[in-house]
Design a protein around this ligand. Structure first.
Ligand SMILES: Nc1ncnc2c1ncn2[C@@H]1O[C@H](COP(=O)(O)OP(=O)(O)O)[C@@H](O)[C@H]1O
Ligand SMILES: [Mg+2]
Length: 388
């Protein structure tokens, strides 16, 4: 089966699209990546998504409009990708679209007298299905939450299929807006896999760069700015006071925590330590890398031997992040996911192609050990393509 996978993560930088050929069923599922492409969000739309995701006021009407408008954009991305892959859309059987997360409350909090957890991804799948002519699975997270899970992370199921090894203990690390890891002990059974968000990935770096360049730059390409900054160890020490780091997994985080308010504190901290813009960008980069290392040292390495750290996501292109990880993890081989066949920028979209395939075949694809769910759940909702 030919399947498209589409992802737009918390960075809201754009849409990654992959085409995969998938056959069989776990544990003998075969998935081959055939191509990947990406489109950037138009600047004004990105700004609005970030504004909404930061929980600034938005009317129900505006949100409804944005949901459909993003559906159009995702459909455009899918159509452009098929053209790029030189594949007729009629040959593509299925698409999986994660959508754009604008709110995620993984742990229940009171709501009209009942502890309630919820999540909202927008980018209307019915629009994608109608425009592309490809049946589309969307809204993956709610089914896991409906059975008590945090609705995240979902990629561990795919990490298990792709990276579990008889002899090697592995950690799969994705550096998107947020950093998340999947721990795959050698010869792991599904119940032994665990996963959680370690903290920020590119989110703080991007926010600082946007701020200091007045929006002219959206990220620190190849760590050019951070590399010019000075190291300020005392500032880093303060950053490590972050209570999220000490919170025991399972845990997930997002823009709700590492968003605007966090940035304001970071800027205040920078002023207190007399940090120049590049110093602060450097500190955020090093903090990001070392918060991953801290999570490994605190929650993973005492329990299981790890041989390899497989890194994906846009942050895998940041040389300072990677160098810091390698230096702080002696005895662990740090390698970009492309070394194992999946380009860094294609990994998450590839995962949603696989998850859509599982849903289409009515198989559950949450890992309760990763999400905290009471049991398995078939993820997502299917929007059928109009008859051809
Ligand atoms: N060459 C690069 N150098 C430094 N950072 C990069 C580079 N390429 C991408 N990034 C970072 O990766 C981010 C996008 O990562 P991505 O995996 O798409 O995250 P998300 O899943 O949250 O959308 C960008 O916002 C940027 O911070
Ligand atoms: Mg992205």
């Amino acid at each position: 089966m030919l399947v498209l996978g589409m992802m737009s993560g918390t960075s809201a930088d754009g849409i990654d699209v992959v085409l995969a050929r998938i056959s069989g069923a776990p544990p003998n599922l075969n998935a081959k990546l055939l191509g990947h492409s990406s489109v950037k969000f138009p600047g004004a739309l990105q700004k609005e998504i970030l504004r909404v995701a930061e929980q600034h006021p938005v009317s129900a009407g505006a949100l409804s409009q944005l949901n459909f408008r993003l559906g159009e954009l995702l459909a455009d991305a899918a159509i452009a990708a098929c053209r790029h892959f030189r594949i007729a859309r009629s040959k593509v059987a299925l698409a999986g679209s994660h959508g754009q997360t604008i709110f995620h409350q993984g742990r229940p909090v009171p709501c009209f007298g009942l502890p309630t957890a919820s999540t909202l991804q927008i980018g209307e799948p019915s629009v994608i299905a109608a425009r592309t002519g490809i049946t589309t699975v969307g809204d993956f997270r709610p089914a896991d939450m409906a059975v008590g899970g945090q609705g995240a992370p979902l990629v561990p199921y795919v990490d298990y299929l792709l990276y579990r090894d008889e002899k090697l203990g592995r950690v799969s690390l994705n550096l998107g807006g947020i950093a998340n890891i999947t721990v795959l002990p050698h010869a792991a059974k599904p119940q032994q896999v665990f996963a959680f968000d370690t903290g920020p990935a590119n989110m703080l770096i991007d926010a600082l760069v946007s701020h200091f360049t007045d929006g002219r730059q959206r990220y620190d390409k190849n760590a050019a700015l951070a590399t010019r900054g000075r190291s300020l160890p005392a500032l880093l020490d303060d950053l490590f006071g972050d209570p999220y780091l000490k919170l025991a997994p399972p845990k997930s985080t997002g823009r709700e925590y590492y968003g605007h308010a966090y940035l304001k504190n970071l800027m205040a901290l920078g002023r207190r330590h007399r940090a120049k813009p590049n110093d602060l960008i450097r500190a955020a980069t090093i903090f990001t890398a070392l918060s991953v290392v801290d999570a490994l040292n605190r929650f993973v390495l005492p329990k299981t031997k790890i041989h390899q750290l497989i890194v994906s996501g846009g942050g895998a292109h940041n040389p300072l992040l990677l160098a810091q990880l390698s230096a702080a993890l002696p005895g662990i081989e740090v390698l970009p996911s492309s070394h194992l066949g999946i380009p860094e920028d294609a990994k998450e979209a590839f995962a949603f192609a696989l998850l859509a395939y599982e849903t289409f075949h009515q198989r559950p694809s949450n890992l309760p050990s990763a999400t905290g769910a009471r049991g398995p759940a078939i993820l997502g909702k299917i929007s059928y393509a109009p008859r051809r």
